[in-house]
Design a protein around this ligand. Structure first.
Ligand SMILES: *Cc1c(COP(=O)(O)O)cnc(C)c1O
Length: 422
């Protein structure tokens, strides 16, 4: 055991904070365009960089830190669980994994859960499940999964293929066969794709969509579109897979994004917000498509006691602290604030849209200003936000954000915009 004095010393001296950007880049692969700040600590909706500068965090680790930073429940759960047991593998029963699965099943349309470590891995599981279902239940030899333009489903080979954005495919061919893209919120495109692929002996086995497209530009799904898709899926036996990785776990103001659309998927995936920032993913399905069996799918770390204890604590805290009501209220205030700014600078902004605490602000295509420009200006003023493409700003604060913090964010954003148009 490391003596507590050494732990304390290293916290105080913070030796890692002297690790410069140049040194960092010498050792870490260059896969991210990083902003030139290094984050050292966080509390609630605020984080501090190594220079001591304070930021209001409306990124929340890209929509993951459900309970913000250093939440007492996270601290207690993480430290209690690591003392008790953190990993044993799925060779054995893990009671807390069962408890988390039960909570998710009791609070969704699903009957069963599979645990993994990330959104991409959850979507991989959903894709594998849909293919197995297609072979075994639908007798489709060459199944196709329909996905949408501007979607985002992850960075593994299958999930970049599912992602309907060519920029994520570049350099990685050959891509995975078995995917076909349609424009989002366009029901005619779905109908003709199904007919065409049918003729081509590449029958559609599943339709995989986000209830609200996050990364692709914060675009909410339309109710009529999703309801018609549900009808088509019922008529033809096609599975509806919803990627709830970003919009799920309460971010939309309902626990699951699909609750905003009045439909239920056959399969859905969760990750980002599920562990409040601790890596965990889940793939859930209804009984009729539960076709996996021992040996057909697995994950070494998936569902370990550490991640599941934290996931369960996040879920229970959402309920106990009535966070869905907070998400709805703060979301309304945030959209009012963003709309006020958009109206004041109407040549710069064209639209504000979103659900709960996932909101986007679209920049005019005619202006040169990009989302990165505003993100940088906001960062200078002490507000962290994240782009969703070159022309959309995304606001995804922790679900515990207060009204005062929403107002503060709007003040900082307004200041940043004044700096930009000067
Ligand atoms: C972030 C995201 C993913 C990928 O999740 P990872 O944990 O990065 O693998 C998949 N789908 C959606 C909708 C996402 O927002």
């Amino acid at each position: 055991m490391i003596p507590e004095t050494i732990v304390k010393q290293s916290l105080e001296t913070n030796s890692y904070t002297t690790f410069s950007a140049d040194n960092f880049n010498a050792y870490v692969m260059n896969t991210y365009g990083r902003f030139p700040i290094a984050i050292e600590r966080g509390e609630g909706c605020y984080i501090w960089d190594t220079e001591g500068k304070k930021y209001l965090d409306f990124v929340a680790g890209i929509a993951t830190c459900t309970l913000g930073h250093a939440h007492p429940v996270m601290i207690t759960t993480v430290s209690d669980q690591i003392k008790r047991l953190h990993h044993v593998s799925n060779l054995y029963y893990i009671p807390v994994q069962g408890e988390l699965a039960q909570w998710l099943v009791q609070h969704s349309c699903a009957n069963k859960a599979f645990f993994c470590n990330s959104g991409a891995e959850a979507n991989e599981g959903a894709i594998k499940l849909a293919r197995k279902y297609a072979h075994e239940k639908l007798n489709i030899e060459n199944p196709t999964i329909l996905t949408a333009h501007d979607s985002f489903h992850g960075r593994t080979l299958a999930t970049i293929t599912a992602t309907g954005q060519p920029k994520y495919h570049k350099g990685f061919s050959p891509l995975m066969p078995g995917f076909y893209y349609v424009p989002y919120n366009d029901i005619t495109a779905i109908e003709s794709a199904i007919a065409e692929l049918d003729k081509d002996k590449r029958q559609v086995a599943a339709i995989m969509l986000e209830a609200l497209q996050g990364e692709g530009g914060v675009r909410p799904g339309e109710i009529t579109y999703f309801q018609r898709i549900r009808e088509i899926c019922n008529e033809k036996g096609i599975l509806l897979i919803l990627d709830e990785v970003q919009v799920g776990m309460g971010r939309s103001g309902k626990l699951w994004g699909y609750e905003n659309l009045g439909i239920e998927p056959d399969i859905f995936t969760s990750a980002k917000g599920l562990g409040g920032g601790i890596p965990i993913g889940a793939m859930l399905c209804k009984s009729h498509c539960d076709v996996l069996e021992p040996g057909s799918h697995a994950s070494t770390f998936g569902g370990n006691p550490f991640a599941c204890a934290v996931g369960l604590a996040v879920c229970q805290t959402l309920e106990q602290e009535n966070l869905l009501a907070n998400v709805q209220q703060r979301g309304k205030e945030l959209r009012i604030g963003l709309n006020t700014i958009a109206a004041k600078y109407s040549n710069l902004f064209t639209e504000v849209r979103g659900w709960g605490l996932i909101n986007g602000m679209e920049l005019s295509a005619e202006q040169e200003v990009t989302s990165i420009d505003i993100v940088k200006a906001a960062m200078n003023e002490g507000l962290l936000i994240v782009p969703a493409g070159p022309k959309v700003l995304r606001f995804v604060p922790p679900l515990i954000v207060t009204k005062t913090e929403v107002m503060e964010a709007m003040d900082i954003l307004a200041k940043a915009i004044v700096n930009i148009i000067k």
